[in-house]
Write a protein that binds this ligand. Structure first.
Ligand code: KIV
Length: 271
């Protein structure tokens, strides 16, 4: 008889149940195997291979340059590190905007070539048809409304969305539409807490907030922000749980001086 404990994987159903039971969902981004493994072992509910890897990993100013091949490459590494968490993959800019068919084909490619559990698409009403087609093929879709970084050139800045009555109405309608189209969850990015509360109450699918206040069913952050690795970026909605940039720099300086002063390697560290 095996004594190994079976690990239950998180699925869209688990997230739906968590909302029903009033249990909060905790999510983070991951772009590589080691980080994914640590976050999974820590008990994270889902990992997003976010297109924010264009900023954090590749050093770009926006999320626009990251490609399908690059998203697939990173997702393959992430899924290898995960036993329990659900892995959601951002569909990159221009992988679904061209046509419903193109989005459908690319979502299928992500699911075929990685072991991810779902894809994420930015936009509300304008991507409703794409969400419908993809979910009809058995691929779970997480939607993303409010501040959608792939539209930065249209927005002109990363400021909070939904502050005016008109914008709030638009975002509310977007959220309702993506649920109707079949999305299993929706990310609400940088919108007023009051609006996020109204959306969370109106939807049966979980809302995952980032800069959207306390009422969402779950929260997501970019892991590098929470760990204090990305020091230039410190918006109000990020809580820093560590100062790793500082710790890494200190460790590296210690290593450099040990090498220079000939105290590393020691006899015990030699063969
Ligand atoms: O790409 C990303 O990291 C995201 C989160 C900010 C939700 O979309």
């Amino acid at each position: 008889m095996s004594t190994e404990k079976t690990i239950r994987r998180i699925t869209t159903k688990s997230l739906e149940l968590m909302k029903k039971k009033g249990k909060k969902i905790a999510a983070l981004t991951a772009y590589d195997f080691i980080t994914a493994r640590i976050l999974d072992q820590a008990g994270i509910d889902f990992l997003l291979v976010g297109d924010s890897l264009a900023n954090v990993f590749q050093g770009n100013e926006t999320t626009l340059p990251v490609t399908m091949d690059e998203m697939i490459y990173h997702t393959k590494a992430v899924t290898k590190g995960v036993n329990r968490a659900m892995v959601v993959v951002d569909m990159p800019f221009m992988s679904y905007q061209l046509s419903v068919n193109e989005g459908f084909r690319n979502a299928g490619r992500i699911m075929k070539e990685t072991s991810a559990g779902a894809v994420k698409i930015e936009g509300g009403k304008r991507v409703a048809e794409t969400i419908k087609e993809i979910t009809a093929a058995g691929i779970p879709v997480m939607a993303h409304v409010g501040l959608t970084p792939q539209s930065i050139n249209q927005f002109g800045s990363y400021r909070e969305r939904g502050k005016t009555e008109e914008e709030a109405k638009e975002i509310f309608e977007d959220a309702i539409t993506v649920e109707k189209a079949g999305a299993f969850a929706v990310v609400l990015e940088k919108i007023p807490a009051k609006l996020a509360n109204k959306i969370t109450k109106a939807l049966t699918i979980p809302t995952i907030g980032i800069g959207a206040g306390i009422y969402c069913d779950g929260q997501i952050l970019v892991t590098a922000d929470l760990l204090g690795l990305y020091v230039e970026f410190q918006p109000r909605f990020v809580r820093k749980y560590a100062n790793l940039a500082h710790e890494i720099e200190n460790s590296i300086q210690n290593y450099i001086s040990d090498v220079k002063e000939k105290s590393f390697p020691s006899k015990a560290e030699s063969y």
